[in-house]
Write a protein that binds this ligand. Structure first.
Ligand SMILES: NC(=O)c1ccc[n+]([C@@H]2O[C@H](COP(=O)([O-])OP(=O)(O)OC[C@H]3O[C@@H](n4cnc5c(N)ncnc54)[C@H](OP(=O)(O)O)[C@@H]3O)[C@@H](O)[C@H]2O)c1
Length: 194
């Protein structure tokens, strides 16, 4: 079964974006190596919430330039969770979904095949995967930035018996932490064998 990975940048105090969904704070932070290219090479399907999708569409002008979509996600099928009717990007493999992530999961997993699933965000959608016992890994690039408020990284209670620190690395101004997530039904000793 594919693994579900939340790969993201975050402020030091746990925000994905500011209150207006701006990422200006992120663009000012310097990295030495491109950690995204090796990450996405192993991704077969992508999941994101509607705010994240609409931000990319607006920020990159994808409605006017749909041919730019592959530069972000390639041909990977992307599920966008929304209760609204959003505009499709011509030529992009975007599928709109709503309701339980568990219900959508078999189709997402089948699309990913032998590769992994990237949950882009936001935090609550990642929380929905955690609630469903479907979240396997957190890969967070922590920026040396704090914001007074904003969109939360992961608004759930996950105690230290659920998160296992796998690695710490520096990339320019970022600290990258990788945690495996123990599923609620997985015995603790199985975690170390992952
Ligand atoms: N720092 C980073 O690297 C990074 C990474 C990811 C995201 N971001 C940013 O962080 C912000 C995240 O925004 P956000 O917290 O609002 O999260 P989001 O997950 O992008 O969007 C939340 C919206 O998605 C829809 N949704 C979520 N779950 C659903 C479900 N199960 N069924 C149907 N619809 C569902 C709902 O909107 P509707 O039903 O109204 O459509 C909900 O309000 C964005 O600004 C994004 O650009 C930053």
């Amino acid at each position: 079964m594919p693994r579900v990975i939340f790969y993201t940048a975050t402020t030091l105090n746990g925000f994905l974006a500011d209150d207006h969904d701006s990422l200006e704070w992120l663009f000012a932070v310097q990295q030495d190596e491109d950690s995204f290219a090796p990450f996405i090479a192993n991704i077969g399907a992508i999941v994101q919430g509607s705010t994240t999708f609409e931000w990319v569409v607006a920020h990159e002008g994808l409605a006017e330039h749909p041919e730019k979509w592959p530069a972000f996600y390639g041909a990977r099928p992307t599920w966008v969770f929304t209760t609204r009717r959003l505009t499709q990007i011509p030529g992009a493999e975007v599928r709109f979904a709503s309701g339980s992530v568990r219900e959508a999961w078999p189709e997402i997993a089948a699309a990913a095949g032998d590769l992994d699933v990237w949950v882009v965000g936001g935090g609550d959608l990642v929380g929905q995967f955690a609630d469903a016992g479907l979240l396997d890994e957190l890969r967070v690039q922590i920026a040396p930035v704090t914001l007074a408020s904003g969109r939360p990284l992961l608004p759930r209670d996950l105690a230290s018996d659920r998160l296992h620190l796998e690695s710490i690395a520096q990339n320019g101004q970022f600290a990258e932490l990788v945690y495996t997530v123990r599923r609620p039904d997985q015995p603790e000793e199985a975690r170390d064998a992952v």
